[in-house]
Design a protein around this ligand. Structure first.
Ligand SMILES: *Cc1c(COP(=O)(O)O)cnc(C)c1O
Length: 467
């Protein structure tokens, strides 16, 4: 027992030491896969090793290959750190080791999840009666929402897809914006709806779906249809006009699924809520808690307005599973059985932040993104490609001659390479509307004005060094 106590205390100490230094280390490590394998790739022994030695070695040997994405100057993808309360709750979740899939296997985890679900609906402005499932991430949340959609639209033409599958089923028309996130076609593919069958609807200059183009594409046809809208374009942060999209779709009985992996959190801010106007009238939604809510991986959230479709498409129905004497079994809402209590860090984070704390987190990231954009745009040779409406900034390094696209692409890619190697911050590259660009996403609670200024200085310095 003493051993266990020492082991857990040491792990907490090592975790805390990592976090204490995460703002000072190189953001992306220099370790190679080869160097990491040379220390981590030990021979597995027959007799096992001393537990404390294993934990010490793990912390020591992994360290050179850790990315400081929990720190204040990681701007790649839309990652965000973890607020300390959520890390602490995540440690408790591991210590408790509950199977959170069933009420019967963990009443506490089940009720925590239910309470967190209610808070999420309230904060995001979604219907209080909606079904909420906690999945690994937005990819699986998209799969859940679209699975419910598949069920509902086929039921309207008297086809039970859960029983009969898609073989011989009436066709479903699917519509996505031309800048749909890759995980939506992926989810469609896994659901048997085809990853390349969707009609791609025209978008505006910022990548938001045009509602008029959707209306034309729907063509007053009332056969089964699913519209996949997006709240938050991964490059620009742009929002599809959800209200007009829902209106056009519902006129022909189509289902509207909204992928708002990070953008849905705009609904938690009085300042930004206008971006998601009409969102409550959609049929299903995806968001990630591990992105902007800043809880540890893995935590996506799948929400369905009429929970019957979510349960019908996702519930496990094996006879040995104990029937509920309560409202809700968590595993009925996601394509999973046994799983960790991933709603527990969400519960703790929300309780610690409160409504105002969450709104402040979201608004601060957006304010810092604008500071980033303004600071960078002041440098000759740096251009901001997008309207910074949220937390995303697209940067292009095309010197004086923006018309010379190949030269601008080469310079942009070179600058991204120098910036990544410099280590002050980390940002990834993308191609947007045919132009190479660097993508900055401000999504972490730990980022301050000083971090943005230090990052601007580093980017400008690196850009100047690129011939
Ligand atoms: C990140 C993201 C996803 C995928 O989320 P995961 O949590 O990585 O599964 C889907 N859609 C959008 C818009 C995203 O930004």
């Amino acid at each position: 027992m003493d051993d266990r106590k020492r082991l857990l205390e040491r792990a907490a100490e090592l975790g805390e030491a990592f976090l204490a230094g995460v703002g000072d280390r190189r953001v992306f490590p220099t370790a190679t896969a080869e160097s990491l394998r040379s220390t981590l790739g030990v021979e597995l022994t027959d007799r096992g090793e001393e537990p404390m030695a294993v934990i010490e070695a793990l912390a020591h040997d992994a360290d050179p290959g850790l990315v400081a994405s929990a720190g204040p100057r990681y701007f790649g993808f839309v990652i965000g750190g973890s607020v300390p309360t959520s890390v602490a709750a995540d440690w408790l979740t591991s210590a408790w080791d509950q199977n959170a899939g069933l009420y019967a296997s963990s009443p506490a985890s089940s009720v925590i999840e239910d309470v967190a679900a209610g808070w999420i609906l309230d904060l995001l402005g979604l219907p209080a009666t909606a079904g909420v499932g906690f999945a690994t991430g937005a990819t699986m949340a998209n799969l859940t929402g679209l699975g419910a959609a598949r069920s509902a639209v086929l039921d309207r033409v008297a086809w039970d897809v859960e029983a009969r599958g898609l073989i011989g089923a009436p066709p479903i028309r699917i519509f996505v914006g031309d800048e749909v996130h890759t995980t939506v076609p992926y989810a469609l593919r896994v659901l048997g709806l085809g990853g390349a069958t969707a009609t791609r609807v025209a978008v505006d200059g910022q990548g938001a779906m045009r509602a008029d183009a959707l209306r034309d594409a729907l063509a007053s046809d009332t056969s089964p249809a699913i519209v996949c809208a997006q709240a938050g374009n991964v490059n620009t942060g742009a929002f599809d006009p959800i209200g007009p999209i829902v209106e056009a779709a519902h006129e022909v009985g189509a289902w509207v699924h909204v992928d708002g992996a990070f953008g849905l959190w705009a609904g938690a801010s009085p300042e930004l809520r206008h971006l998601v106007a009409g969102i409550e009238r959609a049929d299903s939604w995806t968001t990630d808690a591990h992105k902007w809510l800043n809880v540890p991986y893995d935590c996506g959230i799948a929400i369905v307005a009429d929970r019957r479709w979510q349960v019908r498409s996702m519930a496990l129905t094996a006879a040995y599973l104990i029937a509920a004497d309560h409202d809700r079994d968590p595993y009925d809402y996601v394509p999973e059985g046994s799983r960790r209590g991933r709603a527990t860090p969400v519960y703790a984070a929300l309780r610690a932040m409160g409504r105002n704390g969450l709104a402040e987190l979201v608004e601060r990231c957006c304010r810092l993104a604008r500071r980033f954009a303004e600071g960078l745009a002041a440098e000759p040779g740096i251009r901001i490609l997008n309207d910074v409406v949220l937390n995303q900034v697209l940067v292009r390094f095309d010197a004086a001659d923006a018309a010379d696209v190949p030269a601008g692409d080469a310079r942009t890619r070179a600058a991204i390479g120098v910036i990544q190697r410099d280590g002050t911050l980390w940002a990834g590259g993308t191609t947007w509307h045919g132009l190479a660009a660097m993508r900055l996403s401000v999504s972490g609670w730990a980022t301050t004005d000083a971090d943005i200024d230090r990052s601007i200085e580093a980017i400008v310095r690196c850009a100047r060094s690129v011939a």
